[in-house]
Design a protein around this ligand. Sequence first.
Ligand SMILES: Nc1ncnc2c1ncn2[C@@H]1O[C@H](COP(=O)(O)OP(=O)(O)OP(=O)(O)O)[C@@H](O)[C@H]1O
Ligand SMILES: [Mg+2]
Length: 160
Amino acid sequence: MSFKVVCKDIGDTEKLAQKFAAIVKDTGAFVCLFGEVGAGKTAFTKLVCKYLDVREKVTSPSFVILNEYKTGVIPVYHFDLYRLENEGIHTIINELEEYSEGKILTLIEWAEFSQNALPFDRIEVQINYIDENKREFIFTPFETKSNEIVKRLEDENSCF
Ligand SMILES: Nc1ncnc2c1ncn2[C@@H]1O[C@H](COP(=O)(O)OP(=O)(O)OP(=O)(O)O)[C@@H](O)[C@H]1O
Ligand SMILES: [Mg+2]
């Protein structure tokens, strides 16, 4: 079951990110972020990192593919696959699976290519641009651990 929420401004997105961080700090998660340029994939990542107490600067890792943040309460791996060519993708698929295990948070921007290649427990987050300040977030879990996380997020968000 997907969980859908509209954030009327960046403040709402921050509250959502805070709740998400509070859950995944105990569980870890593997998150694929979908949405057009400027949707808010990096903005959401930054805010989740803020509430995991990450002290490094969080920026889109477009040129390096992966940024690692080690100062927060759990390790965070932030991928941006936008610049990865098709053959490059195949070389990292197996590696990506390792980032889906354990109490770590992995966030992947531009994971579009990989939808059929990522069979493991993950949360897909679709971010839709509504207007300058408003975004729709749709969280879809695949498999047990992700189901639990999205369910908790939905429960905690009922007082939004
Ligand atoms: N409710 C909102 N939620 C998230 N971002 C918002 C919201 N309202 C405005 N914004 C702004 O939208 C912009 C989103 O840019 P961001 O870099 O996060 O997009 P992106 O999806 O990572 O794009 P790219 O594909 O280029 O990496 C930011 O400047 C952010 O402040
Ligand atoms: Mg980005």
